[in-house]
Design a protein around this ligand. Structure first.
Ligand SMILES: [Zn+2]
Length: 434
């Protein structure tokens, strides 16, 4: 940690972009509980290794990034403990250079789905949509960041009184595939020629926030690509609180580290961070209207439901899982991409203070899901640009199927949706009668 963070401080002081030349990404495959325990000890004792995924009893693989000068130590450690590993990226900087960051201008007419964009480009695109579709699209501010940026979102609505689908994306800064996924969903809801997608656009009010952690996201572009947290100054030398451990739901109970240097440092207290405090207040103002809440993360190809502190099922656990599994079936159709569906504690790890737990527990939103998008450890956070569109297409398929299955299971039918179904049934009956 000391080496990594002293570089980090240098980067902070100098305003120079940190380079990951010859940093190596390992994919380690633990074969038993003892080996997982060994990796957990390494994660807790030597913070110089960046664990991209946590070693857990359910882990099929663990990704660890090493700086060039620590490679020999890491490989020696793995060999000494009989841990099988492969190098999936021998030079992390090379993968970063290939990420294809494009610039958006109004003449571009749209973002494209073969590139990643900076915050100001995404926000300019959002503003253009609000201007182009004034009857449907409204800009809203979901909250404020530590450095004073607005957390911007778009509301898509074809008339008042609809039930709400809320999408929160990009709360972890380095998970670049997530903001563009949210943007693609916005784009599809406005311009798709698929009738099912347009029906979903018309039948619900959509609140979509592509970049929930704007300070962190900017930092990943300007200074440090692998940044996860927000940019709060915690001590004189340490920055960042994990915004997805900071929500007021079983705060600090599981899956966090009290060391401010650690990636999962949850902050001084529940909602200590402006991002979570302001966004949660915003969500609360429309809580009664929300039928489904989706949070996008990467990576590992998982669909998670609350709660993160227990494997005890939540009230509608069976429904939530069945709806989710069917949606992941739809996701797999195009490219065969396999997602595992489960609750956080059983599928991934015990983690508390997450947005989806708070939304479920405090606001009683019926259906709450967290996606961990592509891939399964080959590229991790550095998903190549040629996988962006395939990811978006399969995720869009699954979101539509989530709605479809939710209705089959008796959810999301209230309000104007229900009225529409009654009208439809009446029309069908009339057709038979006449
Ligand atoms: Zn995440």
């Amino acid at each position: 940690m000391k080496i990594l963070y002293s570089f980090l401080l240098f980067a902070f002081a100098s305003g120079e972009k940190f380079r990951f030349d010859n940093y190596t990404l390992y994919r380690i495959v633990p074969e038993n509980v003892q080996q997982i325990k060994i990796l957990q000890d390494l994660q807790n004792t030597d913070l110089s290794f960046d664990f991209w995924t946590d070693p857990l009893p359910t882990s099929e693989f663990v990704n660890v990034m090493s700086s060039p000068d620590k490679k020999t130590i890491l490989e020696g450690f793995l060999n000494a403990n009989d841990l099988k590993f492969e190098i999936t990226m021998s030079n992390v900087q090379e993968a970063i250079d290939k990420e294809n960051v494009k610039t958006y201008t109004r003449n571009s007419r749209s973002l494209t789905w073969d590139a990643y964009y900076q915050l100001n480009d995404i926000e300019a695109w959002m503003a253009d949509l609000a201007a182009t579709y004034p009857d449907i699209v409204t800009s809203f501010v979901g909250g404020t960041s530590y450095e004073g940026r607005e957390i911007k979102g778009l509301k898509l609505s074809h008339g008042s009184g609809k039930r709400v689908i809320f999408i929160e994306s990009g709360i972890h800064a380095r998970e670049w595939i997530t903001p563009t996924t949210a943007c693609y969903i916005i784009s599809q809801l406005l311009t798709s020629d698929d009738e099912e997608i347009m029906a979903a656009a018309r039948n619900f009010d959509w609140y979509i926030i592509p970049v929930t952690n704007p300070d962190g996201y900017v930092w990943t572009h300007t200074d440090f690509r692998m940044w996860r947290k927000n940019r709060r100054q915690v001590t004189s030398t340490v920055y960042g609180v994990d915004l997805n451990r900071n929500w007021n739901s079983n705060f600090m109970a599981e899956g966090v580290s009290l060391n401010p240097d650690a990636q999962t440092y949850p902050g001084a207290g529940p909602f200590s961070e402006p991002e979570t405090r302001t966004l949660s207040s915003f969500i609360r103002t429309i809580a009664d209207s929300i039928d489904m809440y989706i949070s996008f993360h990467s990576y590992s190809q998982l669909l998670l439901v609350p709660y993160g502190n227990t494997t005890d099922p939540l009230d509608n656990y069976e429904d939530a899982i069945n709806i989710g599994r069917r949606a992941m079936g739809a996701l797999s159709v195009r490219y065969g991409t396999q997602y595992v569906t489960g609750n956080i504690a059983e599928a991934i790890y015990k983690a508390t203070g997450t947005s989806i737990d708070w939304v479920k527990e405090s606001l009683r939103v019926p259906l709450v899901y967290c996606y961990e998008l592509r891939d399964r450890g080959t590229n991790g956070f550095l998903l190549p640009a040629d996988q962006i569109l395939p990811n978006h297409l399969e995720v869009m398929d699954s979101v539509i199927e989530l709605i479809h299955q939710a209705k089959r299971f008796g959810y999301m039918n209230s309000g104007s949706g229900l009225q529409a179904s009654i009208v439809m049934v009446a029309l069908i009956v009339l057709k038979f009668v006449l």
